[in-house]
Design a protein around this ligand. Structure first.
Ligand code: P1T
Length: 389
């Protein structure tokens, strides 16, 4: 890219990490489908030896992701949970992780069922009040794991405040930025050490890849993570790296529309007599609406609502919708709706779900980029079906 003013977000989304192919001029980064690279002599290579260690298509994706998060370094993984696995491998038995109480069910599961067994300690608090974080930090806390907005209840955490508390206690911070994306939120600029993503979601944006990433500007953390990426080996395929890279080119266009549609849907639901509550950081009724407005450049494309009538009503709605798909995941161009208690957050114990407010009437919506009038009409159809349930 040309020298001068640093390129802005939308330009980075299209170009960062990529230059026309030096051999052919191909504008799109080639998909380097090769497991190994010929060396001129033993150890005499051009930076590429073996596909697990490094691949040019993955390099381009990592460069683009790092630029969008304002990070010096990026690493891509085979899934969001593979990225989480790499982060947790930074720690040793006896180390404590303090986590947001409301996290993706699979994130809770890798803490609780995989790394706890290996001697890491985990506890969680409601991070919407930084005082809870201050009280829960231990001398052994090495990592503070934050989701904001959280999945599925869209709680907002004051990232700068929690980063300062953790730093004073000698702990590193990681933000799972999957829901907000760097289009709406840049945790590293707020003092956070590491950002992680399920690139499966908005970054790829087309529901055809499972992927993950970790971004940081800390050279030492990056070196250790790069070692883990190669040593453990959960890397994305060249094709998956290409698909996420292609998806990123329209991230800015998609995110604006996701948020516009989510706001219209949230407003529609908030006025509906069958809806007990709506949670969307862009509604004035959200408890951290002011913090969201300060910390994020937009409230994102995810919302949750509780339908009156509990599980029978929720099930009837999910069966009746036609434009929305009843499916796990989020962040694709198509609208999805799901039941967290049965689907994405089933790995949380029932008591923990109840304490958080993940009740049997709670539905989570990923607003797609379709015509919002069709989306609202579809929800009206679902709510009508739920009336008799
Ligand atoms: O599915 P995977 O790419 O491994 O990413 C895991 C993950 C990590 N972090 C957040 C915030 C996530 O939402 C996810 C995956 N979430 C879903 C599949 C879901 O429907 O919520």
């Amino acid at each position: 890219m040309a020298a001068g003013a640093p390129p802005r977000f939308d330009t980075l989304a299209v170009h960062a990490g990529q230059a026309p192919d030096p051999a052919t001029g191909a504008v799109m980064t080639p998909v380097y489908y090769t497991s190994t690279f010929a060396q001129d002599g033993p150890g005499e290579h051009r930076g590429f030896e073996y596909g697990r260690t490094r691949n040019p298509t993955r390099d381009a994706l990592q460069g683009c992701l790092a630029a969008l998060e304002g990070a010096r370094h990026g690493l891509a993984f085979a899934s969001g949970l593979a990225a989480a696995d790499a982060l947790l491998h930074l720690l040793s038995a006896g180390d404590h992780v303090l986590a947001s109480d409301d996290v993706y069910g699979g994130t809770f599961r890798i803490f609780d069922k995989v790394f706890r067994r290996l001697g890491l300690e985990f506890s969680s608090v409601d991070m919407t009040d930084p005082a809870n974080v201050a009280r829960a930090l231990r001398p052994t806390t090495r990592l503070v794991w934050i989701e904001s907005p959280t999945n599925p209840l869209l709680k907002i955490v004051d990232l700068a405040a929690v980063a300062a508390l953790a730093r004073a206690a000698g702990a590193r911070t990681v933000v799972d930025n999957t829901f907000a994306t760097p289009f709406f939120q840049r945790p590293l600029a707020l003092g956070i050490d590491l950002v992680t993503h399920s690139t499966t979601k908005y970054l790829n944006g087309h529901s055809d890849v499972i992927g993950g990433a970790v971004l940081t500007s800390d050279d030492e953390l990056h070196d250790r993570l790069r070692f883990i990426q190669n040593a453990v080996g959960a890397v994305p395929s060249p094709m998956d790296a290409f698909l996420v890279l292609r998806g990123l080119k329209t991230l800015h266009l998609r995110m604006a529309r996701h948020a516009e549609n989510a706001l219209a849907i949230a407003r529609f639901l908030e006025g509906h007599p069958q809806v007990a509550r709506v949670v969307y950081p862009g509604l004035p009724s959200h408890p951290q609406a002011a913090l969201a407005a300060r910390q994020m450049s937009g409230p994102g494309g995810m919302l949750a609502f509780s339908i009156r009538g509990g599980l029978p009503a929720a099930t009837a709605l999910l069966r009746a919708v036609r434009v929305f798909a009843c499916a796990e995941s989020l962040g694709g161009v198509e609208s999805l709706i799901e039941h967290p208690a049965i689907m994405t957050h089933a790995s949380l114990p029932a008591a923990a779900r109840a304490a958080l407010g993940i009740d049997d009437g709670l539905l989570r919506v990923s607003a797609g980029v379709e015509d919002v009038a069709d989306l609202i009409a579809d929800l009206e159809r679902g709510l009508a079906a739920a009336r008799g349930a």
